[in-house]
Design a protein around this ligand. Sequence first.
Ligand SMILES: Cc1cc2nc3c(=O)[nH]c(=O)nc-3n(C[C@H](O)[C@H](O)[C@H](O)COP(=O)(O)OP(=O)(O)OC[C@H]3O[C@@H](n4cnc5c(N)ncnc54)[C@H](O)[C@@H]3O)c2cc1C
Length: 92
Amino acid sequence: MPRLRAHLLALLGLHEEDADGFAAQAWHDERHIGGGYPVFSPDQPTRHGPSLRADHGRVHFADADRSTWPGTTEGAVRDGNRVASEILTRLR
Ligand SMILES: Cc1cc2nc3c(=O)[nH]c(=O)nc-3n(C[C@H](O)[C@H](O)[C@H](O)COP(=O)(O)OP(=O)(O)OC[C@H]3O[C@@H](n4cnc5c(N)ncnc54)[C@H](O)[C@@H]3O)c2cc1C
């Protein structure tokens, strides 16, 4: 990844000596990961988001990409909490 390294150093205004321990990973080459972040087309979140955030009877969906922190584990945890609260409210 020498080109990526050089590009990042230039972008961040750093020098070679600032980049000790630099590591880059091609996630799609990892056997147990096989890819990176999802990329949605512009209309997908607006078209499908509302129905994926809504409950469907006893079926609820929770995931990072419908959260207020999309694409992060923080978002996944927050959305799990959101859905758990909805279910608890419904059960009371
Ligand atoms: C390479 C990579 C690096 C990342 N690095 C970071 C990072 O540094 N920091 C960060 O905050 N976030 C990072 N993320 C993002 C973070 O991992 C995700 O946002 C988060 O894991 C999403 O959680 P989730 O519960 O929404 O979905 P997932 O973690 O994708 O969980 C969905 C689960 O559903 C299962 N599943 C799918 N279909 C079915 C089915 N039909 N039946 C049963 N089970 C099913 C899947 O096997 C999976 O276990 C990274 C993501 C990738 C891919």
